[in-house]
Structures are given as C-alpha cells and as structure tokens.
Design a binder for this molecule. Structure first.
Ligand code: PAF
Length: 282
C-alpha cells in the first residue's frame, strides 16, 4: 500500500492511475477504522480498479466543546487494516495541508436546508465542516466513485446534495450500516463507552426496530411513536438529543403516505453522543 502524505504526491499518483485508464474509488475517513469502514473499502474494491482511503481528523467539523483532541488516532493499526483489506493507497494530509491559511479564513461549502436540522441544529457548523473537507478531498483525489456509510445518513444526504448542486464529477455510494451482534451500529465513538454503557447502547437499535414495527402495523401517530421511544430509552439512562421520524430526502417530519421514511436518532450515553438510523421504504 502506498502511503501519500502530500497533495503533490497524491496528484502524481492519481495522475498515473488515470493515465493508465484505471478508475479510482475513494473512502474518506477520520481513522480509527472499524469493520464499517472496511466494508466501504471492500465495496470500493469491487467497484473500482484502484482504491484510496484518506485519514484526516477534520478540525472544521468539530464544535468548540466537542471531542477533537480526544478523538482516537490509531494510524499504525489503521494502515495494517487497510493493507489486509486491499487498499492501494492511504492519504494522510496534515492540518496545514488542508487549511493553509487557517480555519478562520477558509473558504467553505454550505449546503442549506438539510444542514440546519437534526445533527446540524445540535452541532452548529458541523455540516459546513464536513461539506468543505469532502469537497477539498474530492478536488484533490478526483475520484470516479466515493463511498460513505449510511450510519451518518444526514451526512450522506448533505454530500449527495453538494455533489448535485456543484456538478461534481463523482458518483456517491451509500453503504448499509455495519452492526455489532448486539445491534449497536459500529462507530469510532463506541470506544468511549464502558462495557455497561455499551450493553445499554444496543437498546437504541431495538427501540428503532419497535418504532418500525409500529409504523408498519399502520400507526400513523408518529409524534406518539417518537415520544414512546424517548421515554423508553431515557429509562435506561440515555439523554435524548432527538428521535424523529422524517422524510428521507427533506428531513422534515414524515407524513404517513411518504414512500421513504427514516427514523433518525441521536442520544447521549454519559458524555458520548451516539447516532443511528433505520430506513423504511414502502
Ligand atoms: O464520516 C466521517 O468520518 C467524516 O465526517 C468524513 C466524511 C471523513 C469527513 O471528515
């Protein structure tokens, strides 16, 4: 696996691949790779001739009181996992490569509307940071295809919208969430949980499955379904950020005749903020 740590050497490598007619699949990550990330790499491998993964803990998408400094950095383990899963290259930009003039004066990309609700409302500026770094990475890597986990469902929609609105020549693929046997969605932030908290966190998936069952049985009182789930999870020590049943495209409250609904959840277990979602297609 080729390790690339400058934009110039990245462009040279991608140029070589493209001149020889090979397609490029790209998996952007913040590292601390788990099976969910490796599933994205495998999906890219099956779709493209060459696969490149970036690892960059992006300061622009963290709020002032969030876990930027604590975010797990496990670069040697990550490289070994990428080699084992057949990645062709890993790109490791520095903060000064990405933001040469500093974050305060950085040009940014903002996707209005869907960036402002749910996680965007709880984490102001978060999606601006995501959209900006992903558009910079797309400009650097020039991938044919890019792969993102559906676990960050709102992020995926923000990126799809950005690619459409800015006419970017990349095809975005969403890959279904990888779960532990308990149902807990894989996430780097699960590493913050104690064994006891982790066991409780598996209740999130069960609560979403109960909500899905209620909807599929014809219950159209979505607000009541949300309230029941919040009450149930709060009893088990969660602090609610949001539990909503929304239209999968607009993120506005779903109406009973919507054909694609998503249950979106963000909860705190102790200091750890966990998100998850479940799609319902009808
Ligand atoms: O999902 C992530 O890990 C990050 O938000 C991403 C897409 C790599 C941008 O920093």
């Amino acid at each position: 696996m080729i390790v690339v740590d400058s934009i110039a050497s990245l462009r040279a490598l991608i140029g070589d691949w493209k001149r020889s007619g090979q397609t490029v699949g790209f998996v952007p990550t913040m590292g601390n790779l788990h099976d969910g990330h490796l599933k994205l790499v495998k999906r890219a491998k099956s779709h493209n001739d060459k696969v490149i993964v970036s690892i960059f803990v992006n300061p622009m998408q963290f709020g002032a009181n969030e876990d930027l400094d604590a975010y797990p950095r496990t670069i040697e383990e990550d490289k070994a996992k990428l080699i084992a899963n057949g990645a062709d290259a890993v790109f490791l930009p520095s903060v000064s490569d990405m933001y040469p003039a500093g974050l305060d004066v950085q040009t940014y990309v903002e996707v209005p509307g869907i960036s402002d609700v749910l996680c965007g409302a709880s984490r102001p500026g978060h999606f601006r940071g995501v959209a900006t770094v992903v558009s910079k990475l797309f400009n650097m890597v020039q991938p044919d295809d890019a792969f993102f986990g559906e676990k960050d469902y709102q992020q995926l929609q923000v990126i799809r919208t950005m690619v459409r609105d800015l006419s970017m020549a990349v095809t975005v693929h969403g890959v279904p969430t990888e779960r532990e046997a308990s149902g807990l969605a894989m996430s780097s932030r699960n590493g913050y949980l104690s064994a006891q908290e982790k066991a409780a966190a598996s209740l999130i998936y069960k609560a979403m499955q109960q909500m899905q069952a209620d909807i599929e049985q014809g219950n159209t009182d979505f607000v009541a379904i949300e309230k029941n789930a919040i009450a149930e999870l709060e009893q088990h020590g969660f602090k609610n950020d949001y539990i909503r049943i929304v239209n999968a495209q607009t993120f506005m409250p779903a109406s009973p005749d919507d054909s694609h609904i998503v249950i979106v959840v963000a909860l705190f277990m102790g200091k750890t903020r966990l998100i998850d979602n479940l799609q319902i297609k009808r």
